[in-house]
Ligand binder design. Sequence first.
Ligand code: NAD
Length: 255
Amino acid sequence: MQADSIRALVTGGVSGLGLAVATRIVADGGRVALFDVNDDKGAAAVAALGDARARYFATDVTSEDAVATNVAAAKEFLGGLNMVVNCAGILGAGRVLGREGAMPLARFQSTVMVNLVGSFNVAKAGAALMQDNAPGEDGERGLIVNTASVAAYEGQIGQAAYSASKGGVVAMTLPMARELARFGIRVNTIAPGIFWTPMVDGMPEDVQQSLSASIPFPSRLGRPEEFADVVAYIAGNRYINGETIRLDGAVRLAP
Ligand code: NAD
């Protein structure tokens, strides 16, 4: 996919990894529709990216109806839709088991709803529109990139809900890719380690330090631009399909 022809819907696109992806796409000559629930950050992101190339759509990804309506509006603004990047996510931290202080069911459910069901909702609505695209080289019509986490593979204490949600994202990647292959739509997932974003900024300093120390090389947190680089690489290489790419500096997390 030519970088300047990218017409992308980016969820969580007003902050952290999603904003880095949106920034990269606009810098390369493409256009972005930002789906998020943070209106203030949405306005700031559009001001930074320019309203000719970026628009914010207040959208809760857990709502199938809101997603369907706004995906159609996003396609109109973008002048087409050929890429969906699912970055919206929440940590949903908390111990799930035990008699005292166990996670309320509602928090487990909301974590799965945002991280897994939200990614499904947006992929589904996006794929339905991208199927109509005129085929490009190799018959390509579109690309979906999801965001999982290393927590899908080695979750820490207090991350059972998060790990379950992200494990679901990894698990749905290959079947989705196989299903959408006949339409020329690829599906891939990136599983980041620990990146400097507002999600990590909010953690206590000692936790941040132990996170940095857990990364063998380079021994620092990832930069959101490094995540955006991989999204751009996937977009440019049609042979990457049905894959989950770990992007984590070989991180080894403590339990
Ligand atoms: P972030 O908090 O900066 O961005 C997440 C965005 O998702 C926010 O803007 C938030 O408003 C939005 N969001 C939350 N709930 C939503 C909903 N229901 N509908 C629409 N938008 C919603 O966090 P980030 O670090 O940029 O995380 C991006 C993705 O990467 C998430 O899926 C996260 O789980 C994943 N991830 C992050 C890291 C990391 O170290 N930062 C590591 C692994 C995976």
